[in-house]
Design a protein around this ligand. Structure first.
Ligand SMILES: Cc1ncc(COP(=O)(O)O)c(C=O)c1O
Length: 409
């Protein structure tokens, strides 16, 4: 199993807290293994135990590329300055790389912000938010703030967004969210379907296409050409995934300038971390990064798929760095039992209660996952862990995952 040194290198206080917790845990382990497993599930509040396999957040274990690391170390002395020009330079480089004008690109510290700002700008109590289920939940959370109704539609048989169903679900739509490849299934929605949505959507509504994982996909056609065609569309891109910069925070919205302007009053236009700006610029200059990392991911994902098939399991035909695996039993049982073996996988989507979301980590991560999963499934009839009651003073109804706050189920 691979070590996660970056997650372990916390502050001295965190280390002491962890040591105390670890001592208590080893005494506890002897007495009650199942409860220990349950405690481990509340992992979002703490560091992962040493030796954990952490494949729960669609992160890229490779981290920033070598050019980005060099740029990061060189920018440190400038960290006291805003360096606005670096933001403009990055917007220009990204625009050039995807074939749009710089005024079509707005940079943000991650793509979560423009996702949230789009919901705030284009939905309201009278303009609904339309999304797929299972789908990435972040915009639904934002719609609580805009007061919009959320219309959720199931995926098609080929796991694409069901455009006719999305259109039918909300004649009052303000924003249609299409995530392709879709989180959590990793599956694609064809370009033709997005064109159909744009052609038939209600007047004044906007289509938000989230391409966070597009670099991993073989057959995905970007929707950026529809921006160039002047359509009512915003495309989101992020440096968190293939570029391995989730902790550095850099993303972009690509759209007509009048649509981007609607995001500015929500907080778009703010200064960005100079670290994120230089690392992203350097990553774009890396000639082989996308091709090489895509190959690494595809190879490890395929090996995992081959193993799962040989064991008789079915999974979504993912084109991304994660997939959904049907455990054929309540997902929570399996998640908890894997956590007891220090293998941490993704959360549950209530629409698919027997499915597990597995991120593709290193080969060592996936080997660790496979052996833990085989052991858990072998003993699955005896698996039954209860989550401990939340602390009495906790009124936190949200948990943190994939760089986002999500409402607890
Ligand atoms: C589909 C999708 N969109 C957006 C994000 C947000 O990523 P970030 O804010 O790191 O760019 C994520 C994060 O996991 C995601 O899965």
């Amino acid at each position: 199993m691979s070590q996660r040194p970056t997650l372990q290198n916390g502050s001295r206080r965190a280390f002491l807290q962890w040591s105390a917790a670890a001592a208590a845990v080893s005494a506890f382990r002897i007495v009650n293994e199942p409860l220990l497993a349950a405690a481990a599930v509340d992992r979002d509040l703490q560091h992962f135990p040493p030796g954990s396999v952490v494949i729960n957040a669609n992160e890229n274990p490779l981290g920033p590329c070598d050019l980005a690391r060099k740029a990061l170390s060189e920018i440190i002395p400038e960290g006291g300055r805003y360096c606005w020009w670096l933001k403009d330079e990055l917007a220009k480089s990204l625009a050039d790389s995807v074939g749009v004008k710089p005024e079509n690109v707005a940079m943000f510290p991650g793509s979560s912000e423009p996702l949230h700002f789009s919901v705030m700008a284009f939905t309201s109590p009278s303009r609904s938010y339309v999304t797929a289920d299972p789908g990435y939940e972040s915009g639904m959370h934002s719609s609580k703030f805009s007061g919009a109704r959320v219309a959720k539609t199931a995926l098609t048989k080929s796991y694409a967004h069901d455009i006719p169903a999305m259109l039918a679900a909300a004649p009052d739509a303000g924003l249609f969210y299409v995530c392709t490849p879709n989180n959590p299934t990793g599956t694609l929605t064809p370009h033709s379907a997005i064109e159909e949505l744009l052609a038939q959507k209600p007047k004044g509504s906007v289509v938000l296409v989230d391409e966070a994982y597009i670099h991993f996909a073989d057959l995905a056609a970007t929707a950026i050409d529809l921006v160039k065609a002047g359509q009512d569309i915003i495309v989101l891109r992020t440096f968190s995934k293939i570029y391995g910069m989730a902790g550095l925070r850099c993303g972009a919205a690509i759209a007509r300038p009048d649509l981007l302007e609607k995001l500015v009053p929500q907080g778009g236009g703010s200064a960005m971390p100079v670290t994120a700006l230089v690392a992203a610029s350097a990553s774009l200059k890396h000639e082989h990064l996308v091709r090489e990392r895509k190959l690494v991911n595809t190879t490890i994902r395929q090996k995992t798929f081959d193993w799962l098939s040989s064991q008789g399991y079915s999974f979504t035909p993912s084109q991304a760095n994660f997939f959904m695996l049907d455990a054929r039993r309540p997902a929570k049982q399996v998640i908890d039992a894997l956590a007891a073996k220090k293998v941490f996988i993704g959360r549950i989507w209530p629409a698919w209660p027997t499915h597990l979301r597995i991120s593709v980590g290193t080969q060592a991560d996936m080997d660790g996952f496979q052996s833990a999963f085989a052991a858990v499934m072998k003993n699955s009839t005896s698996v039954s862990y209860a989550l401990p009651a939340r602390p009495a003073d906790s009124n936190c109804d949200y948990f943190y995952a994939d760089g986002q706050m999500f409402p607890r189920a």
